[in-house]
Design a protein. Structure first.
Length: 502
């Protein structure tokens, strides 16, 4: 207990510096903005902001990027409640009852329920992250290459199960990501692989260019072909503070949502999205008046909002302790660490304690800033919804191009960005989910490294993966997970869970 308090004290001393508070504020403000504006999203925003992080210290850059991620969870609820258009997929469930509350003249209590439940969940999830991180890090420090190989295979298998759409398509995307991750120079032999004779690819595909293309440019292309009608139910929100009856109705769902989100957020794939859907289903099932759900039940706002915010924060646990991303945003966070010269994994906690604990402590500060930010600025967010996308997209495109070019000052990276932008757009038209490909792209080089190292240590004996208990257990679980994914009942449930996203 004393160690935990001491570590959080170290984190707070780092996170509470004026410079880090400023960038935490910038991150949460940007996150709220991209959450409010449908069609941008935290993944694309973080991808486009990665070049800026080169001019910041590692802890400052990660604090800002983390603020964008969980800030977007807050912002997404605003549009879900006011215009029935979730800014984030994890806020889709919030729209079911939040929008009905707004139509009934109770937009204020709905927005307050979302903000307060999210703050409560964020506070608890921060404690969960702080409590679980040290023991998991201690365990991970005992891992060898066979264990890391098994862990990454399990992570990829779990991402296949939890991604939306066809299992076969998801496997194809992961495999494609692994192949793209192998482009460049073979570390052992120095031979060029998959470079098509282009010397610019000797160091591999630029992570920032790939990420911005897949999520930023492809998102712009998708949005340009659709016209989104944005009509707010109300332009001025009054009576924000919930009544005593509202508070009483909120407490149980917020607590249960926090527990669900904290558990499901650790899972690779769509933990925060699954958590919000699961929370709504649970509240409706245990309610004595389930017919109220979908007609303005405040429990249908408080539970899912607590769940998706808790899930967003606990998704940092595998990234911080094991170096394995739980979702595309965490893959981008790992990318940010790599371009800062930090090797992701359990050694971060011991070698970079200020970064490790500063990031964890900043989550609570960020959640507090979000409550202060969101409720007073609701009028501004409503006005922003009227800005035509045809005005926004040129600025987004210019910003993305400047950012990608600034990383290496290499025009070839712009071609890579454009190519992956078109590729990402084509994938979406064919109903392929690009997120698993990014996870494969990030984990591919690490997977190869640990596979080769394990084979070298065992003198080419494959049994090393099955004679060591941990690696054998991880690979067995990965196999079971893949088998389960192909079961007809599970396939049907996956479609039902993610139907709100489409």
């Amino acid at each position: 207990m004393m160690d935990l308090i001491g570590n959080l004290g170290l984190g707070l001393s780092a996170a509470l510096t004026p410079y880090n508070i400023l960038f935490c504020f910038v991150g949460t403000l940007l996150g709220t903005l991209v959450g409010v504006l449908p069609g941008i999203g935290p993944t694309a925003t973080i991808a486009m902001l990665l070049p800026i992080t080169l001019s910041l210290s590692p802890e400052t850059s990660l604090i800002m990027l983390a603020g964008i991620y969980y800030g977007a969870q807050y912002g997404g609820s605003t549009t879900a409640i006011l215009i029935n258009l979730p800014g984030e997929s994890s806020s889709a469930v919030t729209a079911l009852d939040g929008y009905q509350m707004a139509r009934q003249g109770r937009a204020g209590p709905a927005l307050a329920a979302a903000a307060l439940s999210s703050f409560f969940a964020g506070t608890i999830a921060t404690v969960v992250v702080a409590a679980l991180a040290p023991p998991l890090t201690s365990i991970a420090l005992k891992f060898g290459s066979p264990e890391y190989f098994g862990l990454m295979v399990l992570g990829l298998a779990a991402s296949i199960v939890l991604a939306r759409g066809s299992v076969l398509k998801t496997i194809a995307m992961v495999s494609m990501g692994l192949v793209f991750g192998l482009v460049g120079t073979d570390i052992n032999t120095g031979a060029m692989r998959f470079t098509l004779g282009r010397p610019e690819l000797a160091d591999g595909l630029n992570f920032v260019a790939v990420a911005v293309g897949l999520f930023g440019i492809a998102e712009i292309l998708r949005n340009l072909e659709t016209t989104i009608e944005r009509t707010a139910v109300i332009s001025r929100v009054a009576g924000l503070w919930p009544s005593r009856a509202d508070f009483k109705a909120m407490i149980g769902p917020a607590c249960r949502g926090t527990l669900l989100g904290s558990a499901l957020g650790v899972l690779p794939g769509g933990g925060a999205i699954l958590a919000s859907f699961a929370s709504y289903a649970l509240e409706k099932k245990i309610s004595k008046t389930p017919e109220r759900f979908g007609n303005g039940a405040i429990e249908g706002v408080a539970g899912p909002e607590a769940a998706n915010n808790a899930g967003a924060q606990t998704s940092f646990i595998p990234m911080l302790t094991l170096g394995v991303p739980a979702n595309p945003v965490m893959a981008l966070m790992i990318g940010a660490m790599i371009i800062q010269g930090i090797v992701p994994g359990p050694q971060v906690a011991t070698e970079q304690p200020v970064l490790f604990w500063g990031l964890i402590a900043s989550m609570w500060i960020g959640n507090l800033l979000l409550v202060i930010l969101n409720l007073p600025l609701i009028g501004l967010w409503v006005k922003l919804l009227t800005v035509p996308y045809t005005v926004l997209f040129p600025a987004i495109l210019a910003f993305a191009s400047i950012g990608v070019y600034s990383v290496n000052s290499n025009t070839f990276d712009l071609y890579v960005m454009a190519a992956f932008g078109v590729f990402g757009y084509v994938l979406s038209k064919l109903d392929f989910e690009p997120a698993p490909m990014l996870l494969g792209f990030v984990l591919g080089p690490l997977l190869e490294e640990h596979l080769r190292r394990a084979m070298t240590i065992s003198h080419g004996d494959v049994s090393v993966f099955f004679t060591r208990p941990i690696s054998a257990g991880l690979l067995t679980v990965a196999l079971i997970v893949l088998i389960v994914a192909f079961l007809p009942n599970i396939a049907r449930r996956r479609k039902q869970v993610f139907v709100e996203e489409d």
